[in-house]
Design a protein around this ligand. Structure first.
Ligand SMILES: Cc1cc2nc3c(=O)[nH]c(=O)nc-3n(C[C@H](O)[C@H](O)[C@H](O)COP(=O)(O)OP(=O)(O)OC[C@H]3O[C@@H](n4cnc5c(N)ncnc54)[C@H](O)[C@@H]3O)c2cc1C
Length: 305
C-alpha cells in the first residue's frame, strides 16, 4: 500500500503493481516486485528517481532480465524498465577517420542495435550477436565474448548517478573488467555512444550468421536460462571444471546443469528460483572441494546481501 500511495500520482509513468518477475527474466523465474514502473520519457524517469530517493523506496533497474536470478518470494522494491523512455538508436555523426558515432538508449536490445548497424553498414558491435540483453544491461555487465566486449566501441555512457544527477561518463573514466564496467552502484544507465566503422551489410550478415550458428551448436538455446552462471577462472574455463567434477545433468527440481554446456543451468519448465540457487551452491561446493577453486558468479542473484 505504501508504494502505491507514494507513487500512483506520478505523471507519465506506467505502473504495474505486484508484477511477477518470472515474465521479465530469461530464466522464467522470480516472484512479484511491489511495482514495475515504465517511465514514458527521460523527464518522467528523473522525477520517479527523485521520488524514490525522497521516500526512501528501494529500486532495481531491469534490462531484459537475462543475467539475474530473483527470489521466488518476490522483492519489496520498485523495478524500473527503460524500454519506453530510453529506446532510441540515433546516428550522431561521422568523424574524420570515416568512423560513425551512434547512440543507443539503455532500453534498446543489443539485437535491435546490431540490426540497425547491419542496415546502415556499420561494423564493430556485431561481435555481440546472440547476447539477449539490453544496452543498459550490457553496459553494466561489460557484456561480450572472446571476440570482444561492448567496451571496445564505447565512447561514453549517459546515466543518472545515485543522487539523481544526469552525467556523461567518458570512456577513459570507466574501469572495465571481465563482466563489469565498474559503474558505481545506484546508477541508472540511460544510454551509450559507440564508435563504429563503415562495413558491408553482406559481410556483417555472414559474420553474424557464423557467430549465431556457433552459439546454436554449443549452447542449450532451446531452454530458458541466463547463459553462463560463473565467470571463467584465469587458468581454465568454468565449464571444464564443472564437467570434470562429473556434474553435467545434475538436477534439482526443474533446474539442471546443461549436458550441452556445463556452465549453463537450464530451466526444464518447472524450475523455481530456489532450485536454481541450490544447483549453483552445489557447483560451488563441489568445485571448491575437488579443485580448491572458488568460482565467481557472473549471474546477479537478487535479494541476497
Ligand atoms: C542465452 C543467453 C546467452 C548469453 N550469452 C552471453 C554472452 O555471450 N556474453 C555475455 O556477456 N553475457 C551473456 N549472457 C548474459 C546476459 O545476456 C548479459 O549479461 C546481458 O548484458 C544482460 O543484459 P540485460 O539487459 O538482460 O540485463 P539484466 O539481466 O536485466 O540486468 C543485469 C544487471 O544490470 C543491471 N541493469 C540493467 N540495466 C540497467 C540500467 N539501464 N541501469 C543500471 N543498471 C542496469 C541490473 O540491475 C542487473 O544488476 C547470456 C544470457 C543468455 C540468457
Amino acid at each position: 500500500m505504501r508504494f502505491r500511495s507514494l507513487l500512483k500520482d506520478l505523471p507519465e509513468v506506467e505502473f504495474s503493481w505486484d508484477e511477477p518477475l518470472s515474465g521479465h527474466t530469461t530464466f522464467r523465474v522470480g516472484g512479484p516486485v511491489r511495482c514495475l514502473a515504465r517511465p514514458r520519457n527521460e523527464r518522467a524517469l528523473s522525477v520517479l528517481l527523485g521520488q524514490l530517493r525522497e521516500c526512501d523506496l528501494p529500486l532495481i533497474v531491469l534490462g531484459a532480465g537475462s543475467n539475474i536470478l530473483p527470489p521466488d518470494q518476490g522483492l519489496d522494491v520498485v523495478a524500473i524498465k527503460l524500454n519506453i523512455c530510453s529506446s532510441r538508436i540515433l546516428r550522431q555523426g561521422e568523424d574524420h577517420g570515416g568512423e560513425t558515432l551512434i547512440y543507443a538508449g539503455a532500453g534498446t536490445t543489443l539485437r535491435d542495435v546490431i540490426r540497425y548497424c547491419v542496415r546502415n553498414e556499420l561494423e564493430g558491435l556485431e561481435t555481440l550477436a546472440g547476447i539477449p540483453g539490453t544496452i543498459g544491461g550490457a553496459l553494466i555487465m561489460n557484456a561480450g565474448t572472446s571476440l570482444g566486449t561492448i567496451f571496445d566501441c564505447l565512447t561514453h555512457i549517459d546515466l543518472f548517478d545515485s543522487m539523481g544527477i544526469r552525467r556523461q561518463v567518458p570512456r577513459d573514466e570507466l574501469k572495465p573488467s571481465y563482466r563489469s564496467m565498474g559503474i558505481p552502484e545506484g546508477s541508472t544507465v540511460i544510454g551509450g555512444s559507440f564508435r563504429v566503422r563503415k562495413g558491408s551489410s553482406e559481410d556483417l550478415r555472414a559474420r553474424i550468421r557464423e557467430i549465431v550458428d556457433r552459439r546454436k551448436k554449443n549452447q542449450p538455446l532451446n531452454f530458458a536460462s541466463a547463459g553462463s552462471i560463473f565467470k571463467n577462472p584465469p587458468e581454465i574455463s568454468a565449464w571444464q571444471l564443472i564437467e570434470k567434477a562429473g556434474l553435467k545433468g545434475f538436477r534439482v527440481g526443474g533446474a539442471e546443469i546443461s549436458k550441452k554446456h556445463a556452465n549453463w543451468i537450464i530451466n526444464r519448465g518447472t524450475a523455481s528460483s530456489a532450485d536454481i540457487l541450490e544447483v549453483i551452491r552445489k557447483i560451488e561446493k563441489e568445485i571448491f572441494g575437488n579443485f580448491g577453486v572458488r568460482l565467481e558468479r557472473e549471474i546477479r542473484i537478487l535479494g541476497q546481501s
